[in-house]
Design a protein around this ligand. Structure first.
Ligand code: NAP
Length: 488
């Protein structure tokens, strides 16, 4: 499908260079990388492809701007963030369309991400003026203990393609509020939202050098020297666990402060006392939000054997009723997967599950002959050794297995190296508390299929990483505590 005139004029407005020290520039070797529309596999636009030298130049700019930004009054930093919240909100339709074009999600979901992403700027504009320390007297009375919080310093931010705007604002908001400067590297599939965002931030008063953005296809080569540079103080990464692990190893050299938001394998537990209709509503959100391409996506549905038939029948009817197509299309609720690799990987996981005895209730196939579509799929009777019970699916596939007792449900839910989020459906308050305490996850959603909220601490345990984004905790990731002892 050819781009419409309004899509073309939006794309023509988006800067495509590297943004370093307040200026747009080409890559130092003139190379570019193509950004594709995953619904057609056609090139939307090309952006600058940064070299190692460009990466270092971006860090130079962040280092040079650090002292000035840290000294900028908190109210001023907060006002800039507030202005940015207002500006994104005013241009919500443009950001939504841009995200749909480069990432594929349906427009309604892209609008939801714009709201969610902008809220991090509003939240952290309010937090910028609440950074404080404490005063106390040492127990022996000999000295006074004063603590203050100061910005960590220049930060490298690496973001994934699945939430091109919100994964950026969730890091940039608290870093700006805390007084840190940064180099941001968005995913190569979806750089446009970040380029539009940094342009907007500049218009809202962010000084030159405070936020620098580099896009590159030579990712490992460009990023490693930045991580090993002694001037960098912090790395914050959202992406897959294998890449996160590699970056933690690299960051050991300079003993960087590190935050890792990594992969997930969320269990979705439906107990025998659950409101099944509510559980199906929750399942649709937990599974199908973002085409299943979310770290928080329900990966394993564990349903009590007494309600599995009702739950599966109702869930399958809702899945089969979804409309697959280009995200801009009228009534489309399922867009394409991000690329051919993702499509092949989802298909392979489904084939593996069916080879091991699972039944395909709906879906189970790719859709169309161009773009990377996969049909909403529901599998029942999935055996514990099917790969998709232990691996992140990252697509619109819901595998259902059963359990008989609460202890079995908890044991199976925890039987994963991941620990980002778990969902629980029950009407029993005591069970809610027992199960929430027993689940080894950073977040638990009770009778709800979505946990993301700018006012809540988002993050995982085990191989899902460490650190929290959002909430009161989010800004702490960008602050160091300094203690000063004062003799009276
Ligand atoms: P990915 O392959 O790990 O890529 C994430 C980012 O890391 C991209 O910007 C990528 O750049 C960059 N990267 C890749 N190799 C690198 C290297 N050697 N050195 C430095 N940077 C490198 O993950 P993805 O497929 O884009 O994203 C999906 C994953 O993110 C899933 O596992 C999902 O669960 C996770 N995720 C987690 C959260 C959370 O909050 N916990 C949120 C969203 C997504 P290029 O694009 O240039 O390769």
């Amino acid at each position: 499908m050819a781009l419409t005139d309004s899509e073309k004029s939006l794309l023509a407005k988006i800067p495509t260079g590297l943004f370093i020290d307040g200026k747009w520039r080409d890559s130092s070797d003139g190379r570019t990388l193509e950004v594709e529309d995953p619904s057609t596999a056609e090139t939307l636009v090309s952006v600058a492809d940064a070299t190692v030298a460009d990466g270092v130049a971006a860090l130079d700019a962040a280092v040079a701007a650090q002292a000035g930004w840290a000294a900028t009054p908190p109210r001023e930093r907060g006002e800039i963030l507030r202005n940015a919240f207002e500006a994104i909100t005013a241009r919500a339709e443009e950001f939504a369309l841009l995200m749909t074009l480069e990432m594929g999600k349906p427009l309604a979901e892209a609008r939801g991400e714009v709201t969610y992403g902008a809220e991090f700027f509003r939240w952290f504009s309010e937090e910028a003026v609440r950074i404080s320390g404490r005063w106390s007297t040492a127990p022996n009375g000999a000295t006074r203990l004063v603590t203050m919080k100061q910005p960590v310093g220049p930060t490298l931010m690496i973001t994934p393609w699945n939430f091109p705007l919100a994964m950026g604002t969730r890091k940039i908001g608290p870093a700006l509020a805390a007084g840190c400067t940064m180099v941001v590297k968005p995913a190569k599939q979806t750089p446009l939202s970040m380029l539009a965002l940094v342009d907007l931030l500049t218009g809202c008063g962010v000084p030159a050098g405070v936020v620098n953005v580099i896009t590159t296809s030579r990712t490992g080569e460009v990023i490693e020297p930045i991580i090993r540079d002694p001037r960098l103080r912090k790395l914050t990464f959202t992406g897959s666990t294998p890449v996160g692990r590699k970056l933690v190893e690299q960051s050991a050299e300079q003993l960087l402060r590190v935050s890792m938001e990594l992969g997930g394998n969320a269990p979705f537990l439906v107990f025998e006392d659950a409101d099944v209709d509510k559980a199906v509503d929750g399942a649709m959100l937990a599974k199908m939000r973002n085409i299943g391409e979310a770290c928080t996506a329900a990966n394993r549905f564990l349903v009590h054997e007494s309600v599995v038939e009702e739950f599966s029948t109702k869930f399958a009817a809702r899945m089969a009723g979804m409309t697959v197509g280009r995200g801009t299309g009228e009534g489309v609720t399922v867009g394409p997967l991000i690329d051919a690799t993702a499509q092949a990987s989802v298909a392979a996981l489904v084939d593996d599950a069916t080879a091991k005895g699972a039944t395909v209730v709906c879906g189970g196939t790719t859709v169309g002959d161009r773009g990377y579509f996969y049909a909403p799929t529901l599998l029942t009777g999935v055996s514990a050794d099917a790969r998709l019970m232990s691996e992140e699916i990252f697509g619109p596939v819901a595998p259902i297995a059963t359990f008989a007792t609460e202890a079995e449900a908890i044991a199976r839910a925890n039987d994963t190296e991941y620990g980002l989020v778990a969902y629980v459906f029950t009407k029993d308050l005591s069970r809610t508390l027992r199960v929430s305490e027993a689940l080894e996850f950073g977040m638990v959603g009770i009778n709800q299929g979505i946990v993301s909220n700018p006012a809540a601490p988002f993050g995982g345990v085990k191989h899902s990483g460490f650190g929290r984004e959002g909430g009161f905790e989010g800004i702490e990731e960008y602050l160091e505590v300094k203690y000063v002892g004062i003799a009276p």
